[in-house]
Design a protein around this ligand. Sequence first.
Ligand code: GLY
Length: 347
Amino acid sequence: MKLTVNIPGKAYDITIEKGALSHIADYINLKGKCAVITDSNVDEFHADTVVKSLASKYDVYKFVFPAGEESKTIYTLNEIYGFLADNSFNRGDFIVALGGGVVGDTAGLAAATYMRGIKYVQIPTTLLAQVDSSVGGKVAVDIPQGKNMVGNFYQPNAVIIDPTVLKTLSPDFFADGMAEVIKYGCIEDKNLFDKLFSYSKEEFDANIENIIYTCVDIKRRYVEEDELDTGARMKLNFGHTIGHAIEKYYNYSTLSHGRAVAIGMNYVTLISEKLGLTPSGSAKKIVECLKKYDLPHDIATDVLKKSVEFIGADKKNIGKQLNVIMLEEIGKSFIHKTDTQIFGGLF
Ligand code: GLY
């Protein structure tokens, strides 16, 4: 299955194919030599397969950094720059980001900045990265003051998604990605939501390629319409305003991104139901779907209270106006321009 992200002057293909990893070189039409950047977890499972295929066509160099969000820093970035320079990489060469969101974001930012920008390919290996972070060119690292605070928009030259790699993903990581999959159903595709709601485990597994395709296609449309995230693309933040705040409360440990977003989707829908902006019963339906995929939907009231206090400080809240994503109904979303008072509706 193939999709093209049509951004003028920066168009690229997204390929979704079971088994793609073992012949990854077939999907890459770049010149020069290639630096595979990955983390210690992915290195163990997939790097050999990818390097072997790439070596049939390119000079391949591999850089591995320790797995985990702690590695998403300017220090790792600095090591990548050194590795590229020591191996005489220049603007005619390229990077392959092989891994989850941390690898994609960090290697992507290295590609965006090394020698003022070299080409790169995303090979996402988690569900979350496959349906979200590998597409759309958001690249960033964290600084102590906040997540993704240093970054850019820098589109990849190709995204290659192999759903079979999800077999090596822990159930925890899988559930994390499912929060974003459910989000796509909520914001844009009632049919996807209904399928997720009713699929048996076997039906879900049999349809994983289509599910990923549907999510990526929605993201593609938002990115084409609003590459720089000032309009339609903001709808991808459904559940994220409260979710980010909870993640921050827990110092980005304890609760993963997907779980925080799952809780956020429930609470923001409860608020919009109270305001009469979303049909009542929608949050209940979302919660049932979240539960089905082992995702949480609520959190202790004192934690929620303290978390929403952070929202005013979020970098996405331009000025004092808050752009909160709400559902007109499941499958249709809108940007609600409001302020932090809105969260009073939760207590
Ligand atoms: N993850 C949201 C976006 O790419 O805009």
